[in-house]
Design a protein. Structure first.
Length: 153
């Protein structure tokens, strides 16, 4: 039996050129098993603090991924278990952080068009996930060392 990936499942994204611009493909990767000692698995979270004070981290990147896969901001918010208003504020924060928008949104929902990821948004996901993978790889030995020394609950 195969479980469907949820918002906490590791994912990888690949970008490729197309006539319309970049396209991304989501691939689920199995979660690593807990250590044999029965202790909890330690993880690293990557948060990028921009000079403007804006922050890009796993929650906002996950929202961008869900806008792409779910096809709308409201469905992305529902899939994340957050309110539409909170999702809208996250999108506004991401869009304001860069010189180009990551998500194209209709003005106040006018015209019935759904929010959609831009080419920049797709590239942002790919680059964030690359930084995340490099960070996890570079810190793997140190995380394993911390894990061996246990985590008190």
């Amino acid at each position: 039996m195969t479980a469907a990936p949820d918002s906490r499942s590791p994912t990888s994204w690949t970008a490729g050129p197309s006539a319309a611009g970049s396209r991304i493909t989501r691939t689920s990767t199995p979660a690593e098993p807990a250590p044999a000692s029965g202790g909890s698995r330690l993880t690293i979270k990557v948060q990028i603090d921009l000079p403007s004070g804006a922050r890009i981290g796993p929650g906002k990147i996950r929202l961008l991924e869900l806008v792409e896969t779910e096809g709308s901001l409201s469905r992305a918010a529902e899939a994340m278990g957050i309110s539409y208003r909170r999702a809208w504020l996250f999108v506004q924060q991401v869009n304001a952080a860069f010189d180009v928008p990551a998500v194209a949104t209709p003005e106040h929902g006018q015209g019935g068009a759904a929010a959609r990821l831009t080419d920049f948004g797709r590239d942002l996901i790919v680059r964030y996930r690359a930084i995340e993978a490099l960070t996890s790889e570079a810190g793997a030995a140190d995380i394993a060392w911390l894990d061996r020394h246990g985590v008190r609950r």
